[in-house]
Design a protein around this ligand. Structure first.
Ligand SMILES: Cc1cc2nc3c(=O)[nH]c(=O)nc-3n(C[C@H](O)[C@H](O)[C@H](O)COP(=O)(O)O)c2cc1C
Length: 320
């Protein structure tokens, strides 16, 4: 099936340990057009590991959604794509060719595939074949290291392999998150392929979104870190495009979203996970917040959900 991507769409990036159904739903409500699961191990999928399979559950509200996979062999990736198509029917299967974490790359998965274009393309072809009518996309980096920048060359071959869109985070794998994303490579990729190119990397505010579209002519923009504690970014970008301005989330909006996020986590997760994820997300929500250190300490010291709820109550009483 052909992937129909609306020009200038906004994408919530896959983020391990973060883009679960709760966070995806919140971002979707704020205006993200496409959301992705975190990367899911193809090996875990074919071994039917319950925790791995659970990572791919999503609600109809989240559509269009991409399930992202990583794996070290052509066969395992293909088999996992078949299982995903049959059991989950996502709108997109995305292959992770960007993860720089050694635990993943030492086995040949993630960005390690970019060290060998031949294997990378075989992986892509096998997933496209196994996914049948489910569109397959790729998320990749600029290359393995500075003297192996291959994003444009890889992009052309990926298009021939049947990949329907490419997200480029133009840092090398070796760079991890240091330095800056080289947006010239997004522009170069866009000029050399006819499938949609989604730009990613260092879009930290709505103005950067406008700048990335203008500088690279990319078809859409994917946002990761700037959405942490600020899922409003998707709405802010839309406001900027439609009205020429946008506003930051108010303290009340932040408090209400903290509460909502917590309630959604409580419905979805067990107590320990709910507690840990609440603390994780609150540390982001509470940035640039009145008396941030005080509230953050209160939440971090919470030992159970009862503690979280009572801090939430006093925060509401004092700030709203
Ligand atoms: C905590 C965290 C987890 C991430 N997990 C994934 C992942 O599972 N799959 C993936 O393709 N990229 C992952 N990334 C990379 C992001 O999707 C994105 O490419 C990168 O952060 C650059 O975008 P940004 O400048 O908007 O943050 C992760 C990034 C962060 C910060």
């Amino acid at each position: 099936m052909k992937l129909n991507i609306k020009k200038n769409s906004l994408y919530l990036a896959p983020m391990a340990g973060i883009t679960d159904t709760v966070f995806r739903t919140l971002c979707k409500k704020m205006g993200a057009n496409y959301v992705y699961t975190e990367f899911v191990s193809a090996n875990g999928i074919i071994r039917e590991n319950k925790k791995t399979l659970d990572m791919m559950d999503f609600t109809e509200f989240e559509r269009p959604i991409g399930i992202q996979i990583f794996g070290e062999t052509v066969e395992v990736l293909a088999k996992s794509a078949e299982i995903i198509r049959e059991r989950f029917s996502p709108d997109i299967i995305d292959i992770n060719f960007g993860c720089p974490v050694p635990k993943v790359t030492t086995k040949g998965a993630g960005s390690a595939a970019m060290k060998n274009l031949d294997i990378m393309i075989k992986m892509a072809e096998s997933v496209v074949k196994a996914a049948k009518d489910t569109p397959v996309t790729v998320k990749m980096r600029a290359g393995w290291c500075n003297d192996q920048i291959i994003s444009t060359e890889a992009g052309k071959l990926l298009e021939q392999a049947g990949i329907q869109a490419i997200t480029l985070h133009p840092r090398t794998s070796k760079q991890r998150f240091t330095g800056t994303a080289n947006w010239d490579l997004i522009k170069d990729l866009k000029e050399n392929v006819s499938i949609p190119v989604i730009g990613n990397g260092d879009v930290i505010n709505p103005d950067k979104y406008v700048q990335m579209i203008k500088d690279t002519k990319c078809d859409g923009v994917m946002i990761a870190r700037a959405a942490l504690g600020n899922p409003w970014i998707f709405k802010q970008i839309k406001d900027l495009i439609e009205t020429g301005s946008y506003s930051e989330a108010t303290v009340s909006e932040k408090v209400y979203l903290c509460e909502k996020h917590y309630h959604l986590l409580r419905e979805e997760k067990n107590e320990t996970l709910c507690l840990n994820l609440t603390k994780k997300h609150y540390s982001w929500y509470l940035k640039n917040f009145p008396n941030a250190a005080f509230w953050r300490t209160k939440f971090m010291q919470s030992e159970n959900l009862y503690d979280i709820e009572s801090v939430l109550k006093s925060m509401k009483r004092e700030l709203i």
